[in-house]
Design a protein around this ligand. Structure first.
Ligand code: IVH
Length: 755
C-alpha cells in the first residue's frame, strides 16, 4: 500500500528538550532571541475574543461537483472562456479542515486569519504560531507574502483527543474538521498548543516584491521552497482524461493520508488565465472540488455486548463480522442506547450497513431487512449489570440504563481512569489497561487508594487482562475506534520506568488546584469547566464540601420547584377541588416568602441573580443539576469516604472563594495583576499556579508593564520579563512567597531568586 505519512524529523520529546535548551540560552543571552525563535510559538496570552481580520483579496470557497460529468462541463466551460483546445490541470487532495491565511512581511510571520465570510475572518496569529510545521520566518525577498491553505487535525491526533474526551465524560468532537475548528478557535493559545493541529498550504493571496508564480505547480514549489507544509501528493494532468485517472488514483488512496480528505480539487495550472476565467459570487472558475461519496460497508452483527461506564451507564456495542472500511478493519460499533436499537430495529444476526461517522468512528447506519432469514434475535438490555450482576434501572427522564451498584468493578475502573485523566489529576500512563489491572487484582477499590500504592507493586503490576470491564475498550487493548493501540504500555508487567512516571504524577496531583480535584472526584454531570467555576466560588476543598453557596442554591431551586407545583394560577391547580386549591394557595404564599428571603440574601452576597420581571425567580451561580449532584455526592457513603481520605492525607486543595459568603475575603492576590516567569517545584506548573492566583482574585497576564503588581520568579526565569521588571521597578516575589500567599505548602526544594 502506498502510505503517506507526515514524518517529523525529530520526536516531540527531542523537540521539547531542544526548546528547553533554547529558552535557557535566550534567557542568558536575550540579544540572541529573535522574533522567529521557536520560543515565540508559546506564550501568546489568552484573549476574550478574536480581532476581525480583513482579507485584502477575498478568500473564496470552491464549487462542489459530485459527478464526473460535471467535471467535463467544467473543463468545457473553462476551455471556452480562454479559447483553448486543452488545458493543463493540477489535481490534489481536498482536505477536510478549516481555510486560513498566513501573512509574512519581509519573511516574518506577522498574522494568520480564518476565512470567516471571505471578506473578514478572525485573527488567530497566536494560535497558529503554536502549529510547529508553520515556519515563523520564510526565506523570501517578498515584502509581503500571503499563503493560503487549510488547518486540520491529523486522524491519529483526533483519535487520541476524542478517546481522552470520552474518558473524561466530555462530548467528543464529531469529526477531525470540528476538532480542528474548535481547537484553533480556543481563546487561550496555550490550550491550542496542546491540540494536535497541522496545516497545509496550497494557494496564495497577496504577493508583493517577487514575481507571481506563473503556474499552480510553480506556486506549490515556491511554498515548498519557503519551508511551508504542502500537499504530500499532487497530480499534473494534460487534459481532462488525465484528470479522471488522477482522481481514480487519489480515491484509491484516500484513506492513506494522515488527514481526512473528502475529495479532490482540480485546478487550472496556468495562473495567468485566472483573471480571464474570473469567478462567481462564491467561487473561482479556475478550480472545482470533486467530492467522494462517504464509504459504507455491509457486514453482520454477530452479537451485541454491553459496556459499563463510570456513572454506570450501560452502552450496547455491536460485535461485527470484521469488515474493511475506510482503510481499517472494523469489528465493533457503538449502538448508543436501547432507543437507538429500537428506532433502527437492529437485531442480532442482521445484515447492516456501517459508516465511519466523520470517517473515523464506526456506526451502524441501517439494517438490510431484505436479508433477514427469520433467525435474527431481538436484543433487550440486561436487567442485571453484565459485570457485577446487580440490577439495572432506567430513570424516567433518561434514555440510559444504569447499573445501580456503585461498587461495580467496571464503574471503578472508569472512575480511576477519570481520576487520572488530563483535566483531573493528569496521571500520564494510567489509562484503562492499568486501571483495569489495578482493580482486577484488588489493589485499589477507590481512586484515592492510588496515593498509598507502593511503587514496587505498580512496577510488577500484571497487565495481562483476565476479564473485560466493558469500558470503551475491549480486553484485547483495541479501542472502539479501531486500529489504534489504546496505551503505549505493552507487555506483561507495567515495568519500573512506567511505574515511576505514574508515581511522580500521583504525587504531583496533591498540588493541583481545587478545580482539578472537583473534576477528579467524578461527581456525575460536573465537567471540567463546571469544576473550575465551582472552585472559583470556594476557598478550598473543605469549604466546597460544606458549601453554603451550594446548599443555599439547592434550597432555592427546591423552593422554586415546589412553588411552581403549587402555583394557584396554573391549570393543574385550578383543576383541583376547592380544599386542595386553598391548600396549594397557602403553601404557595409561604414558599413565596421563603424564596424572596433566600433569593434576596443570595443576590446581596452575589451568588444569585433575580430573573427580570419575576419576583419569585432567581438563577444561582451553581446550576440546579450541579447542586443536586454535589449534594447527593457528599451525602453518599462514597462521598463521605472520599472526604475522610482527603483529610487523612492532609489534602485540602485551594480554590478561589472571592464570592463565597463563608470564605474570608482579602486574599493576597485579590485585585493584583501578576506576571509569572520560570518554573516551580513539586510539580506545580505555571498553568496551575496561574489558576490558583486567578481563583484567589488575581489577574495573570503575559508581559510586565507599569500595571503589573508583582513578577513571580521561578527557576530559569525569562530575561525579557525580569529585565523589564527591573527597569520599571516592579516588585518581585519568589516561589516561597507565592506559596505562602496562596496558602500552599512550601516546596520540598526551594527556588532561588535569579535576578
Ligand atoms: S483551493 C478560492 N485546494 O475546500 C478557493 N481548497 O470546499 C481556493 N480545500 O474553500 C481553494 N483542500 O477551504 C483548495 N487542495 C485544496 C483544498 C481546498 C481543501 C478547502 C478550501 C475550500 C473548500 C471548498
Amino acid at each position: 500500500m502506498y502510505y503517506i505519512k507526515a514524518e517529523p524529523e525529530i520526536s516531540d520529546f527531542e523537540f521539547d528538550k531542544l526548546l528547553e535548551e533554547l529558552i535557557s540560552l535566550e534567557t542568558k543571552h536575550p540579544e540572541l532571541a529573535t522574533p522567529d525563535s521557536p520560543t515565540q510559538r508559546v506564550g501568546g496570552r489568552p484573549v476574550s475574543e478574536f480581532k476581525p481580520f480583513e482579507h485584502v483579496i477575498r478568500m473564496q470557497s470552491l464549487e462542489n461537483t459530485y459527478a464526473r460529468g460535471e467535471l467535463e462541463e467544467f473543463d468545457k466551460m473553462a476551455r471556452g472562456l480562454v479559447e483553448a483546445d486543452s488545458l493543463d490541470y493540477f489535481v490534489e487532495p481536498k482536505i477536510d479542515g478549516l481555510a486560513f491565511s498566513l501573512h509574512y512581511t519581509d519573511g516574518l510571520l506577522v498574522a494568520a486569519a480564518t476565512r470567516g465570510n471571505g471578506e473578514v475572518g478572525d485573527e488567530i496569529t497566536a494560535n497558529v504560531r503554536t502549529i510547529r510545521t508553520i515556519p515563523l520566518r520564510i526565506p523570501t525577498d517578498a515584502h509581503y507574502f500571503e499563503a493560503r491553505g487549510e488547518i486540520y487535525m491529523p486522524k491519529a491526533g483526533f483519535l487520541k483527543l476524542t478517546e481522552a474526551q470520552i474518558e473524561r465524560g466530555d462530548e467528543p468532537f464529531k469529526n477531525p474538521r470540528n476538532a480542528a475548528a474548535g481547537s484553533i478557535k480556543l481563546l487561550d493559545p496555550a490550550m491550542t498548543a496542546k491540540r494536535p493541529l497541522d496545516a497545509l498550504l496550497y494557494g496564495a493571496g497577496i504577493i508583493d516584491g517577487i514575481p507571481d508564480p506563473p503556474t499552480h505547480a510553480a506556486l506549490t514549489e515556491m511554498l515548498r521552497g519557503f519551508g511551508l507544509p504542502v500537499q504530500p501528493r499532487t497530480w499534473f494532468c494534460h487534459g481532462m482524461a488525465e484528470v479522471m485517472d488522477a482522481i481514480d488514483e487519489l480515491e484509491k488512496m484516500r484513506h492513506d493520508f494522515p488527514f481526512e480528505m473528502d475529495g479532490a480539487v482540480i485546478k487550472v495550472n496556468n495562473r495567468s488565465l485566472y483573471k480571464k476565467l474570473g469567478s462567481t459570487a462564491k467561487a473561482p472558475r479556475w478550480a472545482r472540488a470533486y467530492k467522494y461519496a462517504p464509504e459504507q460497508a455491509e457486514t453482520v452483527i454477530e452479537a451485541i455486548t454491553v459496556q459499563v461506564g463510570r456513572t454506570g451507564v450501560l452502552t450496547p456495542v455491536a460485535e461485527l463480522r470484521t469488515v474493511r472500511l475506510a482503510g481499517s478493519d472494523i469489528s465493533r460499533a457503538t449502538l448508543h442506547n436501547e432507543d437507538e436499537i429500537r428506532r433502527k430495529d437492529i437485531r442480532i444476526g442482521d445484515h447492516v450497513m456501517i459508516e465511519k461517522a466523520g470517517e473515523v468512528i464506526p456506526a451502524v447506519i441501517a439494517v438490510l431487512p431484505g436479508k433477514r432469514t427469520g433467525s435474527e434475535i431481538e436484543f433487550a438490555m440486561p436487567s442485571a449489570c453484565p459485570v457485577c450482576g446487580e440490577p439495572t434501572v432506567r430513570n424516567a427522564d433518561e434514555v440510559a440504563i444504569r447499573c445501580t451498584n456503585f461498587l461495580c468493578p467496571a464503574q471503578l475502573v472508569a472512575r480511576v481512569q477519570h481520576f487520572a485523566s488530563r483535566d483531573a489529576l493528569d496521571i500520564e500512563g494510567l489509562g484503562e489497561r492499568v486501571a483495569a489491572a489495578l482493580v482486577d487484582q484488588n489493589l485499589i477499590s477507590n481512586p484515592m487508594d492510588l496515593f498509598g500504592i507502593p511503587e514496587i507493586l505498580l512496577a510488577t503490576l500484571n497487565l495481562e487482562p483476565s476479564g473485560s470491564y466493558g469500558g470503551i475498550n475491549d480486553n484485547t487493548g483495541t479501542s472502539l475506534f479501531q486500529g489504534e493501540p489504546v496505551e503505549s504500555v505493552s507487555g506483561r508487567v507495567l515495568g519500573e520506568s512506567n511505574a515511576k512516571t505514574i508515581m511522580e504524577a500521583i504525587s504531583r496531583g496533591k498540588n493541583l488546584p481545587l478545580g482539578r480535584w472537583i473534576y477528579a472526584i467524578g461527581i456525575p454531570g460536573i465537567g471540567a469547566k463546571n469544576a473550575r467555576d465551582l472552585a472559583g466560588l470556594h476557598k478550598d476543598f473543605e469549604d466546597f464540601t460544606k458549601s453554603d453557596i451550594i446548599a443555599d442554591a439547592k434550597r432555592l431551586y427546591d423552593l422554586m420547584e415546589e412553588a411552581d407545583a403549587n402555583n394557584p394560577n396554573t391549570q393543574r391547580v385550578r383543576a383541583l377541588d376547592i380544599a386542595a386549591r386553598v391548600e396549594c394557595a397557602d403553601r404557595y404564599a409561604r414558599l413565596s416568602e421563603e424564596i424572596k428571603a433566600l433569593g434576596s440574601r443570595m443576590a446581596a452576597n452575589g451568588t444569585a441573580k433575580s430573573v427580570k420581571g419575576s419576583a419569585l425567580k432567581y438563577t444561582a451561580d451553581v446550576k440546579p443539576e450541579a447542586c443536586r449532584a454535589i449534594h447527593k455526592f457528599f451525602n453518599s457513603d462514597y462521598g463521605r469516604d472520599f472526604l475522610a481520605r482527603m483529610r487523612e492525607l492532609g489534602l485540602n486543595p485551594v480554590g478561589g472563594g472571592r464570592k463565597s459568603a463563608s470564605a474570608p475575603t482579602g486574599s493576597f492576590f485579590d485585585g493584583k495583576t501578576v506576571v509569572i516567569t520560570g518554573t516551580f517545584h513539586d510539580g506545580l506548573d505555571r498553568n496551575a499556579a496561574a489558576e490558583l492566583i486567578t481563583n484567589a482574585g488575581g489577574k495573570v497576564v503575559d508581559s510586565v508593564s507599569k500595571n503589573t503588581d508583582y513578577l513571580i520568579v521561578g527557576d530559569n526565569p525569562g530575561a525579557s520579563k525580569t529585565n523589564k521588571a527591573a527597569q520599571l521597578g516592579t516588585k518581585t516575589m519568589d516561589e516561597a512567597e507565592m506559596r505562602q500567599n496562596l496558602a500552599l505548602p512550601p516546596a520540598s526544594t526551594q527556588s532561588s531568586l535569579l535576578l
